[in-house]
Design a protein around this ligand. Structure first.
Ligand code: ADP
Length: 290
């Protein structure tokens, strides 16, 4: 059974088709990355999933319950981080955290989260920087070990060290069985932790892939310098692009299997060789650029 099941979800604001018929499912313990540029429809889809706005049409099921009809039940099961963390100005971080603890009861990992995110719980939230508001939002979403985490841009406003810590926290939660749905506009970021990614553009899902499948669509740049002059036509093979050539140097773009080109290279005496794998961003642009 999928933990999150979205079928043909549409949300129109007048003529704006913010979400225009997206479908996807997320399995238990999976970390699904919901990627897209600003304005693509990510937050709108998430707000429908959380039942903050009513979809124009489509079906959303979380933990086999209807997102609208069983919204109260689901709110207890879902740890949610909004893209704009809303806080009560007159309270401190501690008061926010205690409030959630009281609502949800018993087991919580608040102290561990506070320590690992280096969060000062005693300041009034009115005076918090955007990074600290984000930390508090993450603590509140994660503190009761929810079955499902829905995170809208979790790394926003955090410095690289803290982003890294948040990725660790998300990964640990998924290792314990939490199902994670997170949005991001940064592919490099989600490739670090997500098992699968969906790309939304102009309200439509334009691609959906396992990270492992994406990696099989591997691409490399190979830079070689040789001891002697080369005949560059030796390197004209299927899937190979000659990016730059000089009498004793060549740069090649390689798609897929590296073996045929390595064989060709080994016919020459090599001075220096460097093989650089492409980032997922480059792979996506190559395969889904249009
Ligand atoms: P993302 O989260 O990917 O940046 P959004 O879901 O916020 O994208 O926005 C998708 C589109 O829907 C944008 O064109 C945005 O202007 C529009 N939109 C979002 N919310 C509203 C709203 N409440 N009223 C009208 N248009 C909206």
């Amino acid at each position: 059974m999928s933990v999150i099941e979205v079928k043909n979800l549409k949300k129109y604001f007048g003529k704006t088709k913010a979400v225009d018929g997206i479908s996807f499912s997320v399995e238990k313990g999976e970390i699904f990355g919901f990627l897209g540029p600003n304005g693509a429809g990510k937050t709108t889809a998430i707000r429908c999933m959380m039942d903050f706005i009513k979809p124009t049409s489509g079906e959303i099921k979380i933990l086999d319950r209807d997102a609208q009809k069983d919204s109260v039940f689901l709110k207890e099961k879902i740890g949610y981080l909004s893209g704009t963390v809303r806080l009560y100005d007159k309270w401190t971080g501690k008061e926010h955290i205690d409030f959630i603890k009281e609502l949800n009861g018993k087991n919580n990992i608040a102290n561990d989260l506070i320590k690992r995110l280096d969060f000062d719980i005693n300041s009034k939230t009115k005076s918090l920087s955007s990074g600290n508001r984000q930390k508090l939002g993450i603590i509140m979403a994660m503190l009761c070990n929810p079955e499902v985490l829905i995170l809208d841009e979790p790394s926003m406003a955090l410095d690289p060290l803290m982003q890294h810590e948040v990725y660790h926290l998300i990964k640990e939660a998924s290792d314990k069985g939490t199902t994670v749905f997170m949005s991001s506009h940064n592919l490099a970021e989600v490739q670090k932790i997500c098992s699968r990614i969906g790309i939304i553009k102009n309200g439509k899902m334009v691609a959906m892939e396992d990270i492992s499948t994406l990696r099989q669509k591997s691409m490399y740049t190979i830079n070689i310098s040789f001891e002697n002059e080369i005949n560059s036509s030796d390197f004209k093979l299927d899937g190979i692009e000659i990016i730059k050539e000089m009498p004793k140097e060549i740069s090649l773009g390689v798609k897929g299997d590296l073996n045929p080109i390595i064989k060709k290279i080994s016919n020459y005496r090599i001075k220096d060789l460097d093989i650089e794998p492409a980032s997922l961003e480059e792979i996506f642009l190559e395969y889904y650029g249009n």
